[in-house]
Design a protein around this ligand. Structure first.
Ligand SMILES: [Zn+2]
Length: 256
């Protein structure tokens, strides 16, 4: 079995001390490729540098919606993201999106930023890594009104319902699932990921956050991805090996 971590913030400060060990454990656990997304210009630049240094790392560059809650995004930042996105190891624009969960007062700014990021993705023909929290209706409206590429991208940490998943999957979108799936109270995720087509599923850690059971509460890392894969196969009553190979190939189809 092999794994593709489609969303992992190895550029986060919590990995500064022991990145080499984390990467070693990932490859011991057969995590063969890892996408490192940025959330602002600095973290995006760092993702690109890391992808240059380590062959199995890929970068995504973008500005996270919650940045709009803190400050006004400057035009130069958008330009810089676009320039970084030209690097050959940048495989996606992300993470980008809408987040009304903690603060819903900057919806307009978030939506403008998301549109600018989607335009970069369209222009460069790259997929997107989308974050949507407490904003699924607006997200769907935005995504379904645009003409995107054939594999337009991933709804990372997908929290929508099944009906929304079906509509988005018809438009070509895929759904990222990670440690939260293994939590007992994730009933909606269980319902959705039990039935959506395996062709539309990808795995992600979202490290350092959201460690799966039995590592819940610790810093998450790519080596924990097999816990999610096993849980998903059991949930779907499918052969773990076949499902995980399918999912690996879904990921390469989107990014490579
Ligand atoms: Zn993330």
């Amino acid at each position: 079995m092999r794994y593709f971590d489609t969303h992992c913030h190895l550029n986060h400060e919590s990995f500064a001390e022991d990145l080499t060990e984390v990467l070693q454990r990932a490859s011991d656990g057969r995590v063969q490729a890892i996408v490192v997304p940025g959330w602002d210009v600095d973290s995006s630049r760092k993702a690109v540098q890391m992808a240059e240094e380590f062959p199995n790392l890929l970068a995504a560059v973008g500005i996270h919606p919650t940045e709009c809650n803190e400050r006004t995004i400057a035009a130069e930042e958008i330009v810089e993201i676009e320039q970084l996105a030209l690097h050959p190891k940048v495989v996606a624009i992300g993470e980008i999106g809408l987040d009304y969960f903690h603060d819903a007062t900057h919806q307009q700014e978030q939506s403008e930023l998301l549109c600018q990021m989607l335009e970069i993705a369209e222009k460069l023909a790259k997929p997107v890594l989308l974050h949507s929290r407490a904003s699924m209706e607006d997200m769907m409206g935005l995504l379904l009104s645009r003409k995107m590429r054939e594999n337009p991208g991933i709804l990372h940490a997908y929290e929508g319902n099944l009906e929304q998943a079906i509509r988005l999957s018809k438009a070509g979108y895929s759904f990222g699932v990670g440690g939260q799936l293994t939590y007992k109270n994730s009933l909606l995720k269980h319902e959705v990921f039990r039935v959506i087509p395996s062709e539309r599923i990808v795995l992600e850690t979202d490290a350092p956050y959201l460690s799966p059971v039995p590592q819940r509460g610790k810093r998450n890392e790519p080596a924990f991805l097999p816990f999610v894969g096993r849980y998903l196969a059991e949930l779907r009553d499918q052969s773990e090996e076949e499902l995980l190979e399918r999912i690996y190939q879904n990921s390469t189809k989107i990014f490579l």
